[in-house]
Design a protein around this ligand. Sequence first.
Ligand code: PAF
Length: 288
Amino acid sequence: MSTTLVRADSRADLVSALAAHGGRVGFVPTMGALHDGHLALIHRARAEVGTSGAVVVSIFVNPTQFAPGEDLDRYPRTLEADLAACAEAGADIVFTPAVAEMYPAGLDGGVTVDPGALGSVLEGSSRPTHFRGVLTVVAKLFGLVRPDVAVFGQKDYQQLALIRRMAAELCLGVEVVGVETVREPDGLALSSRNRFLDADQRREAVVLSRALFAAREDAARGAAAALGAARAQLRTSHVVDLDYLEITGTDLGPAPQSGEARMLVAARVGSTRLIDNIALTLGTQGEN
Ligand code: PAF
């Protein structure tokens, strides 16, 4: 599908573009470098609001979610291709603010959103300031776009869980929808950072999804078996440097003895940090 896409760079242009549309507003916040995973989010937003609603995509590489020394400067910026992809996917409005538009009071010292305890485990233990930056910018974007529904990928599972909590606990009046991770044919989760991988690293990176799939296969024998299966896969690569591999509850709380759970993995492949996760159905520990 291709529509007439309106680009808004400023808050005022965004307000005018939204006023020109009736109906429900579906919102897909992104940092650009769009791939098929993002397009699935745009399609889902359209399905949520229908043809009478407006689908808004934001493209903003948010400085406050990158710590000093992380990859803010090299984060891919592919605006022209992103705009074409948004038009092709049927978005109505693309919001492309500059940093000063999102942070008029500057990057330091303003009001921020505290993610609470869930913000300091898993990704948060390696990136302690990350989720404060994510929640702060998403709260600002929700305030500007005023969406009825906002769509995020399950690949960033902890981010999705925190945004859901923020929307519910701060009574933001937006429904948060999570969409299944889109994968390459060999299983690697699509990510804007995959383009940093050289050919060898790309071949090795698939071990992350292989580990998750192996865990899913063995989950009926319990959490220890699932972890063992995943670790065995991860040990096959000398290039993938594991940060964490954990099983949690679906809400990222403690893993249940049995039933629905989540396995999450993060690793460095060269200088690129990759994350992935999968749903597991745990059987009774030690069952054969
Ligand atoms: O998932 C992302 O691309 C970003 O973390 C988000 C949600 C757009 C906030 O900057």
